[in-house]
Design a protein around this ligand. Structure first.
Ligand code: ADP
Length: 272
């Protein structure tokens, strides 16, 4: 089982998160009502950070599971494991969250197999129940339990599409990239660079986001801007940092890559 699970108690300091729209209000209202939440948006636009901030505000533990295409129901729910010659039941992350009343964040849930998402149905609707077939019991989620799933609509194939019956049980929050002045603030803060430099990186990102090219799997996210900013904080020039952290990771296609490098020179080259 090679999934990534992170279990954290609410941090005493609020994780740095700048609201982009009314997402905090919607999330908190949904959680208080015991509803599940669907976060939609491209990678690197702040979904994980948002959930961390919400767990802090609501005072709930947070269990994050990064989903992948081998993820099975047993990975989420639990399994019997051999322990000193005896078999012992070990709760999976979803079961732990249900018992503890934690926020359970399934990142990139469309990566998981469809049979996995089926266990989410009775949890996601008004029943808030998790059947543990192997144990012959059905758990009712403790107060405070909140199921949060994220997915990136850009990656979707028909096969991987979430079932409508799953989606219709959830409250959806759409994430996009923040407005330029907000994104500048985030990049400056997270990378520790001055606001002017952050603003130049954001202008470059916006130009990349306007490109209509099939060569890019993803556009430049807030995350790659922060990475570039961190290189700048280490003393790299803006253009060297942007080539390494923005242009490089976005594509392997030589033509697209040289096009991006030219854009970097225009937007951030010496004297720009
Ligand atoms: P996602 O989960 O959507 O892939 P993350 O939450 O990991 O993205 O965001 C990537 C990084 O961008 C975060 O670590 C954080 O530094 C920064 N970030 C993005 N959006 C925000 C925001 N609204 N407020 C604060 N930081 C943000």
């Amino acid at each position: 089982m090679d999934m990534t699970i992170k279990h954290s108690m609410p941090a005493s300091d609020r994780p740095y998160y700048v609201a982009v729209s009314n997402e905090e209000q919607v999330f908190k209202a949904a959680c208080r009502q015991g509803l599940s939440v669907l976060l939609k948006g491209p990678t690197g636009c702040g979904k994980t950070r948002f959930v961390e901030a919400m767990a802090h505000d609501l005072g709930r533990p947070l269990i994050t599971v990064s989903c992948h295409d081998d993820l099975t129901t047993a990975d989420l729910v639990g399994r019997y494991l051999l322990h000193g010659g005896e078999t012992q039941w070990v709760d999976g992350p979803l079961t732990r969250a249900v018992r503890e009343g934690a926020i359970c964040y399934l990142d990139e849930v469309v990566e998981a197999r469809q049979d996995t998402t089926v266990v989410l149905h009775p949890l996601a609707d008004h029943r808030r129940q998790l059947p543990l077939e192997r144990l012959g019991v059905t758990l009712t989620a403790a107060p405070g339990f909140c199921l949060v799933v994220s997915y990136n609509p850009g990656y979707q194939s028909v096969l991987k599409d979430l079932k409508d019956s799953t989606r219709q049980r959830m409250v959806a929050i759409e994430f996009g990239f923040p407005a330029p002045e907000v994104e500048e603030k985030i990049v400056a803060q997270e990378a520790g660079i001055d606001p002017k430099q952050a603003a130049s990186l954001v202008r470059l990102a916006q130009a990349i986001r306007r490109l209509e090219t099939g060569g890019l799997r993803e556009v430049a996210s807030t995350r790659v801007l922060i990475t570039a900013g961190r290189l700048v904080a280490e003393g790299l020039t803006m253009s060297a940092a942007a080539k390494a952290a923005i242009a490089g990771p976005l594509t392997d296609d030589a033509k697209v890559s040289s096009g991006l490098a030219k854009m970097v020179d225009v937007y951030l080259g010496d004297g720009a």
